[in-house]
Design a protein around this ligand. Structure first.
Ligand SMILES: [Zn+2]
Length: 273
């Protein structure tokens, strides 16, 4: 402060000797003050800008969220179409026999998605349809990324298996399950497509809920063991996507999915009353 004061005094003293210096200095100070007052926002202007941004964000945010959800739904439909096409190709190359919904035997590959039942880990590259897919990405719906597989997580927590816990919580790489009734439990063999009728109503693959997915198979029968019963997801605008045996994929509301699964029309053994 003292130094500044001294400098001003010195300038003033020199100004007395050279008056044009003082006038020039004064003019520079005045110009910068005017420029500063022109450049700065007043409080009202700032509040108006903030209000406009808030209104725009309020309008655009739901639009972005809806667009993101719709993109996830169409990617999910695309995934299911590619997976069901791969299942059909597998059947064509195996005398019509469908892949197995879940791990039954101990040799690899023995099920469609490469799920190792004891560890609940998923190895898509070991799955029966891998050679027709060759992309692990399409086994996961974008709406499920970063969401835990809760049944696998609970199992890992019970076993106190921290590695499994981390896996189930962050990267469980499967969103879809195959209709368990496409496997003949008595003969221990998958059904052949030419022995199944009503291909357009038989369920092939479903986007399963993150609460129940754990083995690649979709069991919904009333006589199934409670711990193996699977639930459909509702992450796509309150519904989910289903792929049918004829390859067509469709979005249904959760209420419609529930109605279909309780009616039994997804099962090849179903006979309309
Ligand atoms: Zn999905």
């Amino acid at each position: 402060m003292g130094r500044c004061q001294r400098t001003d005094d010195e300038l003033r003293f020199r100004g007395l000797q050279r008056p044009w210096m003082v006038i020039g200095l004064q003019r520079r100070v005045d110009n910068s003050a005017i420029a500063a007052s022109n450049q700065a926002f007043t409080l009202v202007e700032l509040l108006v800008v903030i209000a406009v941004i808030a209104v725009l964000a309020g309008i655009l945010f739901p639009v972005f969220v809806t667009a993101k959800q719709q993109a996830a739904t169409s990617t999910c439909v695309g995934n299911l179409k590619q997976l069901s096409t791969a299942v059909r190709m597998y059947a064509d190359n195996n005398s019509g026999a469908l892949p197995c919904p879940r791990r039954i035997r101990s040799d690899w590959p023995d099920n469609w998605a490469g799920v190792d039942k004891p560890s609940a880990k998923v190895y898509p590259e070991h799955g029966q349809i891998w050679e027709y897919v060759r992309s692990a990405n399409i086994y996961v719906c974008p709406a499920d990324r970063g969401r835990p597989a809760n049944r696998v997580l609970t199992r890992a927590q019970r076993k106190d298996d921290h590695e499994m816990e981390e896996y189930a919580r962050i990267e469980y790489p499967l969103s879809y399950s195959m209709n368990d009734t496409l496997y003949d439990l008595e003969r221990l063999t998958s059904l052949r497509t030419d022995t199944v009728r009503r291909h357009s109503t038989i369920l092939l693959l479903i986007h399963e809920s993150r609460d129940t997915i754990d083995d690649g198979a979709y069991s919904w029968r009333w006589d199934a063991v409670a711990s193996s019963v699977a639930n459909p997801t509702d992450v796509h605008a309150g519904g989910g996507n289903l792929a049918h045996l004829d390859g067509h994929v469709k979005w249904f509301t959760l209420a419609e999915i529930e109605r279909q699964r309780h009616s039994g029309i997804w099962s090849p053994g179903y006979r309309q009353q």
